[in-house]
Design a protein. Structure first.
Length: 114
């Protein structure tokens, strides 16, 4: 985004917003992280975002997941198995994009709540 500005964010303020496992993985042991924020300009119509960023959930089908689906397990259970097998959740993909400066944590929280 054109109006992107970097800022330092206090990790403590992020803690309460994320699932503990993800927080630990990406922010554990850190105190300050560099994040980016759009100030708002004509290009982004004052929103600070350039279009709608794609945040994706990546699930690799494997034997355990196939079995869980065949056994008609409910979706939280299937998701748990998928995460144990290395699935990237939307939230995690979003956090990676925040750290790459592609979006903000507020945007990730908004999108993952939908
Ligand atoms: Zn802008």
């Amino acid at each position: 985004m054109q109006c992107r500005m970097s800022m330092e964010a206090d990790v403590k303020g992020i803690g309460g917003m994320l699932p503990p496992l993800l927080f630990q993985k990406y922010f554990g042991g850190k105190q300050i992280v560099r994040m980016y924020k759009g100030k708002g300009c004509p290009v982004c119509h004052g929103t600070g975002y350039e279009g709608r960023l794609g945040i994706f959930e990546v699930m690799t089908m494997d034997e355990n997941i196939r079995k869980a689906i065949l056994e008609k397990k409910d979706s939280p259970e299937i998701q748990k198995i998928a995460i144990e097998n290395g699935m990237t959740t939307m939230m995690e993909d979003g956090i990676r994009k925040v750290l790459e400066g592609l979006t903000t944590i507020e945007e990730v929280l908004r999108v993952t709540k939908e």
